[in-house]
Design a protein around this ligand. Structure first.
Ligand code: PLP
Ligand code: SF4
Length: 330
């Protein structure tokens, strides 16, 4: 049976796949081929919007998008050096919902939720919902931003900030716009990629109304994620004067070859998006099966440099707890 077309983004979100069996049926796959993890007691369950599942290749158990979201038994293998908070975010919280690790920019955890659950995510082990801003805490966070006049950039992160409804987002942007030392607002979101329905005319109006420059940093790891619907969403964002960048994570058996990485850069450009970062995996418990060895990462990055114009080569970086910036690996 064909899934009916959702009417708006909230419906689409509510109807996201949460059952491995249903996702497998949709993809014409036998769950037995996939070694899925048991979902009992899983605090980070399967979550995949239909629009993202539609970008997967039916009948392919090795689909690079499926691998990013399917809980598998490999997640319970323990790897040396993998910890619960590899990037040190929990210690870096300046006040509830604010992470101020780097010079002149602070990150707001606007919500703990995401539209999709990426299995490699370093946030998978956090009680992130507890760090997110309630409405009253938002005032405390804004007071922090107001006091710290050395800040010039506020990063809305999460979870995914575009899960906030339009009214909440409009209010937050207006409050940041009122801070004269803030030059720009950066939004880190995977939603334009996994739930392009969210990029509504109302949202575009909210973003377009900001008096401070808006930068949206998307998160796509594979060219196949950038469907015509995603391209429409990114073009609509660009029409609001928003600068669009992408961060990707280098992931074993997803994008760990130069063809996939170059195709991603080329497809991003077609969407009006420039590659920004290619992250070496954060070593969070449950993600070891995604690791690409550093020597391989460096070799792939060198191949990209040889094959692409400079503006299509992302910076290969790694997050190091306690460091003053992300480390550029090459
Ligand atoms: C990645 C990150 C930033 C932004 O760093 P840029 O190098 O400017 O992209 C800011 N704060 C935190 C906590 C981060 O993890
Ligand atoms: S959308 Fe981003 S924060 Fe959310 S699970 Fe995926 S990688 Fe993690």
């Amino acid at each position: 049976m064909q899934t009916p077309k959702p009417t708006n983004w909230q419906t689409a979100l509510a109807e996201a796949f949460t059952s491995i069996t249903e996702l497998c049926t949709f993809l014409q796959l036998d769950p037995a081929q996939l070694q899925p993890a048991s979902l009992h007691d899983n605090h980070f369950p399967l979550r995949v919007p239909l629009s993202f599942a539609q970008c997967m290749q039916k009948g392919n158990p090795h689909d690079p998008l499926l691998r990013q979201v399917l809980p598998v038994v490999d997640e319970s293998v323990s790897y040396p050096g993998y910890t619960l908070d590899p990037v040190g975010d929990l210690q870096a919280a300046a006040t509830v919902g604010v992470i101020h690790k780097y010079h002149a920019r602070a990150l707001l955890i606007t919500t703990g939720g995401c539209a999709v659950h990426c299995r490699y995510c370093f946030r998978r082990n956090f009680p992130y919902a507890e760090l997110q801003l309630s409405k009253s805490q938002q005032q405390t966070a804004l007071a922090y931003l107001a006091q710290h006049t050395e800040l010039s950039e506020v990063i809305l992160s999460g979870g995914d900030p575009l899960l906030l409804h339009d009214g909440r987002l409009a209010e937050l942007i207006a409050q940041i716009n009122a801070l004269p030392h803030i030059q720009r607002i950066r939004i880190h979101s995977r939603i334009p990629v996994v739930l392009p329905e969210r990029i509504t005319p109302e949202l575009l109006q909210v973003l377009g109304a900001s008096t401070q420059k808006i930068i949206v940093v998307l998160h796509a790891n594979h060219a196949q994620e950038l469907s015509p619907a995603v391209m429409q969403a990114t073009q609509a964002l660009a029409q609001q004067g928003i600068l669009l960048l992408n961060q990707a994570v280098l992931l074993r058996q997803v994008n760990d070859n130069s063809e996939a990485l170059c195709a991603l850069s080329e497809q991003l450009l077609r969407c009006g998006v420039l590659p920004y970062y290619l992250h070496q995996l954060d070593k969070a418990v449950g993600t070891g099966h995604f690791e690409v060895p550093l020597a391989t990462a460096l070799a792939l990055h060198a191949e990209m440099q040889a094959l692409l114009p400079g503006f299509l080569v992302p910076k290969l970086v790694h997050e190091q707890a306690g460091a003053a910036h992300k480390l550029w690996l090459s």
